[in-house]
Design a protein around this ligand. Structure first.
Ligand SMILES: C[S@@+](CC[C@H](N)C(=O)[O-])C[C@H]1O[C@@H](n2cnc3c(N)ncnc32)[C@H](O)[C@@H]1O
Length: 206
């Protein structure tokens, strides 16, 4: 799907993501993950700012990125409601330019499934994150349950056409091929959902 079409698709999903803010299961996972963020934070694919309630607002300054103008608009409102210090960049993750070691924490939740080149994006996180910083991911991917994974692969062409994101990405393989070093991983719901804390590796600038 072309980029303009994908942006439109996400622009039209704002109301749905605003409703997801109240999803109990996701709220629990967001809380578990986001409490590890501190300092200068980069949040990519920020959506409607569903993670904002879980940041320690005394501890963070968030640079929030999304390529959907409607998502950014909703996230700005959320930043004001939850009183988090945030600035906003409307851009494709693949067009971002930051100096190496720019951030203490990098966050991406439920977004790796839509980035065109997830390994390359994780490798950018690896560069932008300080070497003593942390990368926090809450993502979904291919189940380890054979029946489910076969189903995910079959439905992916239609699923991605409707939602804009892929349901059959092999997260373990993506992480392994990236330059990040996984520190902690939790898997849920037949290993479809992952909560990940990772750190950048020192000498991998590929
Ligand atoms: C499934 S939503 C998740 C939103 C939010 N992170 C959450 O946890 O609810 C994916 C978000 O990533 C954004 N996105 C997808 N691909 C992107 C890209 N290439 N560059 C920037 N933003 C992107 C979409 O506009 C959307 O807001």
């Amino acid at each position: 799907m072309g980029k303009e079409k994908l942006i439109k698709k996400y622009d039209n999903q704002v109301k749905m993501y605003e409703r997801h803010r109240r999803n109990k299961m996701l709220a629990e996972w967001r809380n578990k993950l986001i409490k590890h963020a501190s300092g200068r934070v980069l949040e990519v694919g920020v959506g409607v700012g569903a993670n904002f309630p879980y940041y320690d607002r005394e501890q963070v300054e968030i640079t929030s990125v999304d390529f959907s103008p409607n998502m950014i608009k909703s996230a700005k409102e959320a930043a004001s409601v939850y009183q988090v210090k945030a600035n906003f960049i409307e851009a494709d993750v693949e067009d971002l330019i930051f100096e190496d070691n720019s951030f203490d924490s990098i966050v991406s939740t439920l977004s790796l499934c839509s980035y065109p080149n997830p390994i390359a994006t994780l490798n950018q996180f690896n560069r932008w994150c300080r070497k003593d910083g942390i990368v926090l991911l809450m993502e979904h991917g291919l189940s380890t349950n054979r029946l489910l994974s076969v189903t995910q692969k079959i439905i992916d062409p239609l699923y991605s056409k409707i939602s804009g994101c892929h349901c059959d990405r092999d997260l373990s393989m993506i992480l392994e091929k990236s330059n990040l070093q996984v520190l902690h991983i939790e898997r849920y719901r037949s290993d479809i959902f992952y909560l990940i804390r990772a750190k950048p590796s020192k000498n991998s600038y590929v």
